[in-house]
Write a protein that binds this ligand. Sequence first.
Ligand code: IDC
Length: 308
Amino acid sequence: MTSYFDKHGALRVSGTRLTDAAGKPVQLRGVSTLGLAWYPEYVDEAAFRTLRDDWGANTVRLAMYTCEEGGYMTGGDRAGLEALIDKGVKLCAALGMYVIIDWHILSDGDPNRHADAAEDFFRRISARYADQPHVLYEICNEPNGEEVTWPVVKRYAQRIVPVIRANAPDAVILCGTPCWSQFVDQAAADPVDDKNLMYVLHFYAATHKDALRERAEAALAAGAPIFVSEFSICDASGDGAIDYESAAAWRALIEKHGLSYIAWSLSNRDESAALIRADCRKTAGWDDGDLTETGRWLRAVLREDRDK
Ligand code: IDC
């Protein structure tokens, strides 16, 4: 079987689109792990193979929290986390999938707070994967906080992007945006000077509706490349009821613009966003009965999109 990566290889950004080297639009579609420290068992060959072959995913995002429990900056096992990343990167290479290495800031709010560590992390990681075009770098998951405006985030990007570029001059870099990666329109108005960088938009369909979709449209109209590196169809807590109507509206927007989309999260945590049921211990080969409502919705969507 020719994998999505075999077909498309190294990626680049062209206008608002993610494309392959030949300029053909590509759409990365897949799932994000929850915190690597919390659910390492899903970084697994059979898990990724199930996602690729049964679900139709072509990408996995490896979410490494910086400041939540066991995070990289909060006493986490750094060597262990980097080993898990390495395992995930190698599995994706073997399976012909793309992989996103996500520096998952959250309660730390301002990415500049741990920019020294981020710089060191991305310097080493991008050197390690310099010759691996299936790797994308997400430099800050969700900047947030009143003072964390776009110029503040941009300052961080201007520090980290050159560090990655020194090793991986052409890799695709994803940059979070203010207000938990919602203010893509602000980034669009004042872009980072880099040819292969995309702005991150996150949504939770039951919370984020027309107003956020309008921001996305505005950013795209202004020419900004947008990448949905995290979303779910429940509310922003990762829990609560699913909003199928808003989910359908988001799906239409994604389809209209060919946006890449990565769902939160590959775990069996007892919350609506989890794709696997809390009582399911399988880490691969799930059938419908093993999946949550969100998991069943996502599998159906990915299967519908798989042959595009
Ligand atoms: C949530 C997890 C939850 C965990 C919490 C930690 O789903 O199990 O306890 O983080 O604070 C985001 C974040 C993502 C959140 C998710 C749901 O990127 O880390 O995960 N969310 O709240 N942004 C919007 C929603």
